[in-house]
Design a protein around this ligand. Structure first.
Ligand code: ADP
Ligand code: MN
Ligand code: MN
Ligand code: MN
Length: 339
């Protein structure tokens, strides 16, 4: 038996964007055999997280996914849902509980973000601006992506892979100090859980570098790219049946529900979805073949295989809650008959 360090992670009640919170529970167990089922229901003071009144402040934490924590001896990261005191009713802030359970729905999220120090992106001079964007995307060399950024993203990648998070890749992005990682998961909640845990790992890692992770979708005004979280999705029907007629009905539904999608695709998205910088403007819905200026990009492979495969919703931003995004996409898909 060993002392295991369980870091319970949850989303607080702040709006429009929840903050990550966590605290450690020590339990005795065998680190090689420890599993999700071994994680006890736990509680916290909801009056300190905007999830309860002080007079009746208990909220419960239900463990929903477990990841090894390579930064700690015998450590585990425990992604949790916030429940009411009865332990079984989801708390109103619990957006994960709103995602339809479906093992055959797959999501791939492309998370963009800035690394910041002293209020400006890494690599920005104390006053003024660095060279305009152009050579930073997938760049190499100190002038392009230098300083501590490379060290941070490499360390983050290793920690995520050790945790069993299904990273598909990382890259330096278009603006200086801007980066991306991609996570893919089978099951309607898998990738969303992993995005939140990967965000947590990154923020915690950056503490020792005195660097902040800026998730806002447009931290630098002007001719600097904003940050998105392109959301790639497919259902079993989309992958195996598809067809042009179904695709067109699906896009009609996405057009009809455009405003409801935008409402949960992250705050301040009007600053990012301008029609510039590879985006469609926020008040328009469009889809396009391999078109990065559309709301939904249809990959060539999708059309070439009789409209089967996945689609890329380019509207969600970097600060969006992947649970709410997945939930909304599945709600809209559910309005379209498959027969
Ligand atoms: P981009 O050119 O937009 O960066 P990528 O090809 O890098 O696009 O990313 C596409 C993403 O689509 C992959 O990261 C993956 O997560 C996701 N993806 C691939 N196949 C599927 C699928 N069948 N269902 C859902 N998502 C998928
Ligand atoms: Mn990408
Ligand atoms: Mn990108
Ligand atoms: Mn993309």
């Amino acid at each position: 038996m060993a002392k295991l360090k369980l870091e319970y992670i949850w989303l607080d009640g702040y709006t429009p964007v929840a903050n990550l919170r966590s605290k450690t529970k020590i339990v005795e167990g065998d680190p090689d055999k420890f599993s999700l089922e071994d994680c006890p229901l736990w509680g916290f003071d909801g009056s300190s997280t905007q999830q309860a009144e002080g007079s009746n402040s208990d909220c419960m934490l239900k463990a929903v996914a477990l990841y090894p924590d390579a930064s700690r001896v015998n450590g585990f990261l425990v992604m949790s849902e916030v429940m009411m005191p009865d332990g079984t009713t989801p708390h109103p802030s619990n957006t994960r509980a709103t995602v339809l359970d479906d093992a055959d729905t797959w999501f791939g999220f492309e998370q963009e973000y800035f690394l910041m120090q002293d209020g400006r992106p890494l690599g920005f001079p104390e006053s003024g601006f660095p060279a305009p964007q152009g050579t930073y995307y997938t760049g190499v060399g100190y002038d392009h992506v230098g300083d501590v950024a490379r060290e941070i993203v490499e360390e983050h990648l290793d920690l995520c892979i050790a945790a069993g998070i299904n990273h598909e890749g990382i890259n330096a992005e278009v603006a200086k100090g801007q980066w991306e990682f991609q996570i893919f998961g089978k099951g309607s909640k898998t990738a969303a859980d992993q995005i939140w845990v990967a965000r947590y790992i990154l923020m915690r890692l950056c503490e020792k570098y005195e660097v902040n992770v800026e998730w806002h979708c447009k931290p630098i005004r002007g001719d600097w790219n904003g940050s998105g979280m392109h959301s790639n999705f497919s259902t079993k029907h989309m992958r195996e049946v598809g067809g042009k007629e179904y695709f067109e009905k699906l896009m009609d539904a996405f057009r009809k529900h455009h405003d409801e999608h935008i409402a949960v695709y992250g705050p301040d998205n009007h600053l990012r979805l301008t029609g510039l910088h590879e985006t469609q403007s926020i008040d328009k819905f469009s889809w396009g073949l391999a078109d990065r200026g559309s709301s939904i990009r249809v990959p060539h492979a999708f059309v070439n295989s009789d409209y089967k495969g996945y689609l890329e919703d380019r509207r969600p931003n970097s600060q969006g809650d992947p649970y709410q995004i997945a939930s909304r996409i599945l709600q809209t898909i559910a309005t379209v008959p498959t027969a």
